[in-house]
Design a protein around this ligand. Structure first.
Ligand code: ZN
Ligand code: ZN
Ligand code: ZN
Ligand code: ZN
Length: 380
């Protein structure tokens, strides 16, 4: 995993870290070029930035099993594996259905996870690190058009084109949406938006920065925040709403106490205690580590995690936290997209392709387990 150099050396002195979980945080995008292919980004929302430019999952393989619509890109994480030359570059992608109704169903219907990896020497990228100080030096605007044709609305492989101007789309639905939201006016005009540009159809786009877990470090300043609801009673239900609100950055000792009085789910209490010092974390990364459960219900047994198609077992790699929901700016209703935590399990061998299906070479399907807040109504 990538880290800021200076922070890395500072953290190295904290020897009492026994688990070294890496945490992911949202950052506003300050240079969109740094989120393009040559920079191997970790990011939320916008269009997916494909690592391997061949064998990209098609619209047909990215449809929701419930409603049949093309899923939307949620997050990608750049997570090379040290010591494995085939994984010099490695990115994991999560897609989900945009329709909250579909999230009432099994997570297997409305989420998809793909893993892609490349050795240092490959057909698409320089073997030298990109120039982050002067991104223009490393950005190549012909790279994508050379290898693939992607939907101008959502960034997955295109199968249709605007008859007048040739703008590519993955499906008729996206073509119609784009036509109604600006393409009608811009169709024949020469001004083309950059291929990586985000738009209102997609989830809002953010940079994801990765840092070491600081949860053993007790010098938090959360208590000093003034606009904090001191008398809130954060039980399971309203903690859920709370974490999605702006106030989630300011959980205090008093809140934790009030939860303890109202909730007896051990896992839930540990969850809140663990994230208290870094409440805005959207991701926890520890390959082959142990997830931080949000509830004592719906903890998968080993038989719930299917093996990889190559025959190897899958291991836990990272989890998405409920805090991400807040940044997605989804309206909060009974039927909106929702989760407690999303756990990603990947092939322990980082296999390159399924023996029976060479066409999937490039992007291997991995497994996602959803754990909801403790309540009886949904199962993962
Ligand atoms: Zn759906
Ligand atoms: Zn599309
Ligand atoms: Zn057009
Ligand atoms: Zn495998």
């Amino acid at each position: 995993m990538e880290k800021k150099q200076e922070e890395e050396s500072a953290k190295a002195e904290c020897t009492h870290h026994d688990n070294n979980v890496e945490l992911g945080f949202i950052e506003e995008v300050d240079d969109e070029l740094l989120l393009t292919n040559q920079f191997f980004p970790s990011k939320v929302g916008g269009k997916p930035v494909w690592l391997d430019l061949q064998g990209i999952p098609s619209a047909a393989s990215l449809t929701c099993k419930n409603c049949g619509n093309v899923m939307q890109f949620l997050i990608q994480l750049y997570c090379p594996v040290d010591g494995e030359s085939a994984c010099f570059h490695r990115t994991i992608y999560i897609f989900c259905c945009r329709d909250g109704q579909c999230h009432q169903r099994s997570a297997q219907d409305c989420f998809l996870v793909f893993r892609s990896q490349l050795p240092r020497n490959n057909s698409f990228y320089s073997s030298q690190p990109p120039d982050r100080q002067n991104p223009q030096n490393s950005y190549d605007n012909s790279l994508l058009t050379k290898w693939c044709s992607l939907c101008s609305l959502c960034g997955i492989p295109s199968e249709k084109k605007c008859a007048k101007c040739g703008t590519p789309y993955c499906c008729r639905q996206h073509q119609v949406f784009d036509w109604k939201h600006g393409h009608r006016e811009n169709c024949t005009s020469a001004a083309k938006t950059p291929i990586f540009a985000s738009n209102d159809y997609l989830f809002p786009q953010y940079d994801v920065c990765i840092d070491d877990d600081d949860e053993d470090n007790d010098n938090d300043d959360a208590d000093s925040k003034s606009d904090h609801p001191t008398d809130s009673k954060l039980t399971g239900e309203n903690y859920h709403d709370y974490i999605k609100s702006d106030l989630a950055n300011q959980i205090t000792e008093a809140d934790i106490k009030s939860v303890e009085d109202h909730n007896h789910d051990e896992e839930f209490l540990e969850f809140k205690e663990k994230i208290r010092l870094q409440p805005d974390q959207i991701l926890r990364y520890k390959r082959n580590g142990i997830p931080l459960w949000i509830s004592s219900k719906d903890i998968p047994s080993s038989s719930d995690i299917p093996g990889c198609s190559c025959g190897a077992k899958r291991i836990f790699e990272f989890q998405i936290m409920p805090q991400l929901l807040h940044y997605l700016k989804i309206e909060n209703s009974q039927t909106s997209i929702d989760w407690g935590i999303l756990l990603v399990y990947t092939c322990s061998k980082n296999c390159l392709h399924n023996n029976n299906d060479k066409s999937s070479n490039g992007y291997m399907k991995e497994f996602l387990w959803r754990q909801n807040y403790s309540s009886a109504e949904t199962k993962s």
